[in-house]
Design a protein around this ligand. Structure first.
Ligand code: CDP
Ligand code: CDP
Length: 226
């Protein structure tokens, strides 16, 4: 298939990374999880004992760190100053603080620039919150992927219950709702559907059905065929 850029945005737990990774695999494109970048900055901020609401401190932490994404055999790996932090960025503590870090304008500018550099050669599937609106406004395919809050919390629960047995679906739903609210209400590039994005509600769709729907959009949007 012709090299195009595909932007997948949506709220927490909608299935963005699962779907984006599979679409990228099927097309032979590169998958970029931008949430992992905001999570890595949050990891660094907490590690340095900086408060996530201290904008100057957060900005300094983001500016002074070396952030690198590398494709690994189990998906994208994230390195901070040469250290592999992939296994440390999906903890409840990072979940609770990442949206405050992601509100900071300088952090967004820094990460958006890195993300845009990755898309210049095309052939990228990128997921996040502001990819279709801000990072790749000229992406050939834009999807806003969503699902009901309860279903998103239930899916996360199934994923996490073995490693975090104390978690409840209600807790997860609250965590997701809190992050969605901060992400949607923030001043700089909030979570919002781009006017030209296709809304895909996966509440009652399986993963292969969502992947097929997006591959179909790619075929329509980028004639040249697979
Ligand atoms: O996987 P999940 O949907 O729970 O979150 P994520 O995609 O890893 O993103 C974590 C957080 O990073 C989000 O809640 C946003 O606060 C922030 N984020 C953002 O602001 N912009 C992006 N392009 C990606 C993530
Ligand atoms: O990246 P994001 O936070 O949007 O979601 P994810 O981590 O890709 O997906 C959350 C969970 O929902 C994963 O366990 C997926 O396997 C699952 N999922 C699903 O069961 N059905 C879908 N149609 C999409 C995702």
């Amino acid at each position: 298939m012709k090299r195009i850029n595909i932007a997948i945005d949506g709220p927490a737990g909608a299935g963005k990374s699962t779907i984006a990774r599979q679409v990228a695999e099927q097309l032979g494109f590169i998958y970029v999880d931008t949430g992992a970048m905001y999570r890595a900055v949050t990891w660094r901020v907490l590690q340095q004992g900086i408060s996530p609401t201290d904008e100057a401190g957060v900005t300094e932490a983001a500016r002074s760190m070396d952030l690198e994404l590398r494709p690994g055999k189990d998906g994208q790996q994230v390195f901070v100053n040469g250290e592999d932090v992939t296994g440390h960025i999906r903890t409840p503590e990072i979940n609770a603080n990442v949206s405050d870090v992601a509100k900071v304008r300088e952090v967004r500018e820094l990460l958006v620039k890195m993300q845009q550099d990755m898309t210049r050669a095309k052939g990228v599937v990128m997921d996040g919150r502001d990819i279709g609106t801000h990072v790749i406004p000229d992406a050939e395919v834009k999807v806003f992927l969503t699902a009901s809050p309860r279903v998103r919390a239930e899916r996360r629960f199934l994923e996490l219950k073995a490693s975090q047995p104390d978690l409840t679906i209600d807790q997860l739903e609250q965590d997701i709702a809190r992050r969605d609210q901060i992400d949607a209400e923030r001043e700089f590039s909030p979570l919002v559907k781009a006017p030209d994005a296709v809304l895909v509600d996966s509440t009652s769709m399986t993963i292969p059905e969502v992947v097929d729907r997006i591959l179909e959009l790619c075929r329509v949007q980028a004639p040249g065929g697979q």
